[in-house]
Design a protein around this ligand. Sequence first.
Ligand SMILES: [Zn+2]
Length: 201
Amino acid sequence: MNKAIEIKRAEKTIGNSLEAKVTIFADKERLSLLQSYKDLLPALFIVSQSGTGDYTDAPEDAYRDEEVDGLAVVVEHAGGKKCLRCWNWSTTVGEFADAQEVCQRCYHVLSRIKKPAITYFIISLIVLILDQATKLIIVRYIHPYESIQILPFFRIVSVRNPGAAFGMFQGLGPLFFIIISFIAIGIISFMIIKGKGRGSG
Ligand SMILES: [Zn+2]
């Protein structure tokens, strides 16, 4: 297999092995084995595409190893375009309007990475709305230090929080929010940079 790819590289039909499509023509026994590992063949030979066929259908100019009977290999340039993420050649590159330069497999990997970020955003939004809504209800309808019995063992007592973060940084005033904002920006930037690195690698 590697010998067949090397020949095509020397002929400049392909630049590197990922530009290749290999078709293996084999006798009945080997063919059924090859077909059961069909999906693993491209990764095994480090090529972009692969195919199998019956040995009797092998073209005249197919590569044949003198030591192995009943096996022929055709190496040609892979179809489609090169995926900019994984460098595999695929006919699916360009099919996705929002990610023109990647193949189908990479597109699914990328959309899997993207999804949780949106989920977290929605969860945060719901929590924020609930938090603000309950606070608004309490401020509107319950007087300070008023106690409401909801269940025999559960009661709500209204207390006002006079400062930022439950009084921990009382007196710092606007400085507290400036410091917290910078810390938050730092953490978010770090997570974005880290996430990007993982996405492309
Ligand atoms: Zn790809």
